[in-house]
Design a protein. Structure first.
Length: 103
């Protein structure tokens, strides 16, 4: 079974303790609001990395990442997306993404 570190909303801050957890994980998933490209770059160097941008992330992060990612890990289908805004809009958006990506 894989060890996965899931993060979000780091807002430009990442300390050595979080990086230690990342180094001891098989994968790191960050679900947006990195706050700085340096946080993204540090995480990409620690472990296998997956991530999506959040609503506060600037152009340099948005050009490196997608708004969402859908993938499978150990027979589990995963949707990474940053939750921000109206929950009604998010629910329909997630439903549309899942429907679109059905096999």
């Amino acid at each position: 079974m894989k060890k996965i570190l899931v993060l979000s909303d780091t807002h430009g801050y990442i300390d050595d303790r979080i990086l230690d957890f990342a180094k001891n994980s098989d994968e790191v998933w960050h679900v947006g609001d990195f706050g700085s490209i340096e946080v993204l770059e540090k995480l990409e160097k620690t472990s296998f990395f997956r991530g999506v941008y959040g609503n506060i992330d600037n152009y340099s992060i948005r050009k490196s990442l997608s708004e969402y990612e859908i993938f499978e890990v150990e027979k589990l289908k995963v949707l990474l997306i940053h939750i921000a805004g109206n929950s009604k809009n998010l629910s329909s958006k997630v439903e549309n993404l899942i429907s679109y990506h059905k096999p």
